[in-house]
Design a protein around this ligand. Structure first.
Ligand SMILES: Cc1ncc(COP(=O)(O)O)c(C=O)c1O
Length: 391
């Protein structure tokens, strides 16, 4: 268990790390060390290691997935939503300054879609307030800023291994600590997490195999509706847990990764370098070839090297574009469709999001769609996506 002295020490080490390379890159060995049932469980473990507890606040960005505030709530803490920067899917440093208060204990910086966040400004704000940074690397393992890999800027980073993430094992997550005090706290705490039962591991392995067999960009829409039907029938695990009751954290938060998923992770990480090269190529193809009027790309600053987990574009009439893509059998995802996906309207309050409070995130949710970049995307699929947009 970490004490508040540990947390203070962790915070100072973390903030000292900003701007200096203190740690080796996040590689397969680092990612395979502390593995959890899901990415959100890894985040919860990191926040607990940093001393976050009931009544505290954690700054996270709006334009995220419900899993992130779920991890915060699992500790009895509250998510404080920071808007995204205009023209970016990532956290706005100016709004972070406004949202930090005396209860804030940590800042989660999300590298949305693999486009790196403004780590120097955000890290600078966190440092000024003596707050540790946790990087949300669910969408990218290999993106870089000034030649340095994401996940190495903060006190710690976490990763996710569900479908459409950079490495896929069914479901799963990892924590990587860059801060020695926090690393020791995570190691000491790891024994509290039990492996899932054999039945759960087999269920996840079946999901993995079924997805591998059935999913291609051209089958995306069919696989997606089948997945949703199976989740509704309670036959497989969905991405989103029910957050309507402010109850104790569910069993996911007591589990580490099981042996079957760990083996799949080992295999997936061995392919990471070649898949990173592939994702870079696919992202660049979309960026240079999708040129339709009314479709906007996010600007990429010179100092960043993004490896897109999915390639995002902004469109005018999102629902018409999604309908068209479904008809043309072009894979196009709608997330994040809301500031805390998939909650809409008043339901956003279940996770402490005040509708209207992050206008940039809300405007972005209404315009964003994203294309796949994974190993199943080939030249034909790229061409179909380009033709779909360019007409
Ligand atoms: C940005 C982001 N962070 C965290 C997560 C949580 O990952 P997991 O589903 O492995 O808990 C997700 C999942 O979709 C995500 O998109």
């Amino acid at each position: 268990m970490s004490t508040s002295r540990d947390a203070t020490a962790a915070a100072s080490l973390a903030t000292d790390a900003i701007g200096q390379r203190l740690e080796p890159p996040v590689d397969a060995t680092a990612l395979a060390r502390l593995t959890y049932f899901r990415g959100r469980v890894a985040l919860e473990a990191i926040l607990r290691g940093l001393g976050v507890s009931a009544g505290d606040e954690v700054a996270i960005q709006a334009f995220t997935c419900i899993a992130v505030p779920e991890a915060v709530r699992a500790l009895g803490a509250r998510a404080r939503y920071v808007d995204v920067e205009e023209g970016s899917p990532n956290m706005d440093p100016g709004d972070l300054v406004r949202k930090i208060n005396e209860r804030t204990r940590a800042v989660v910086i999300q590298h949305t879609f693999g486009l790196p966040a403004n780590v120097s400004s955000l890290g600078g704000v966190a440092k000024e307030h003596g707050l540790p940074v946790v990087e949300d690397c669910a969408h990218t393992i290999a993106s870089r800023v000034d030649g340095r890999q994401v996940g190495s800027f903060g006190a710690a980073a976490f990763y996710s291994y569900e479908a459409s993430k950079p490495a896929f094992v069914g479901i799963g997550g990892s924590a990587v600590a860059n801060d020695v005090v926090l690393a020791a706290a995570l190691d000491a705490d790891y024994s509290r997490y039990e492996p899932p039962s054999a039945a759960v591991q087999l269920q996840l392995a079946t999901m993995f195999l079924a997805h591998k067999a059935a999913y291609r960009p051209s089958t995306y829409w069919t696989v997606r509706s089948l997945f949703r039907s199976l989740v509704s029938a309670g036959l497989i695990r969905g991405n989103y847990n029910d957050m309507s009751e402010p109850s104790a954290p569910g069993p996911d938060f007591t589990r580490r990764m099981g042996a079957i998923q760990a083996r799949l992770l080992h295999r997936a990480l061995a392919l990471l370098d070649s898949q990173t090269a592939h994702r870079r190529w696919v992202g660049e193809e979309y960026r240079t070839r999708i040129r339709a009027r009314g479709v906007a790309h996010f600007p990429v600053s010179r100092n960043v090297d993004p490896v897109f987990g999915r390639y995002p574009v902004l469109v005018g009439d999102k629902s018409a574009v999604l309908d068209g893509a479904r008809e043309a059998r072009v894979e196009l995802a709608d997330f994040y469709a809301t500031p805390v996906h998939p909650l809409k309207g008043e339901k956003l309050r279940q996770v402490g999001y005040e509708p209207g409070s992050c206008p940039n995130a809300e405007a972005l949710s209404a315009r964003i769609v994203s294309l796949p970049t994974g190993p199943q995307v080939d030249r034909t699929q790229i061409q179909r996506a380009v033709d779909f947009f360019n007409g």
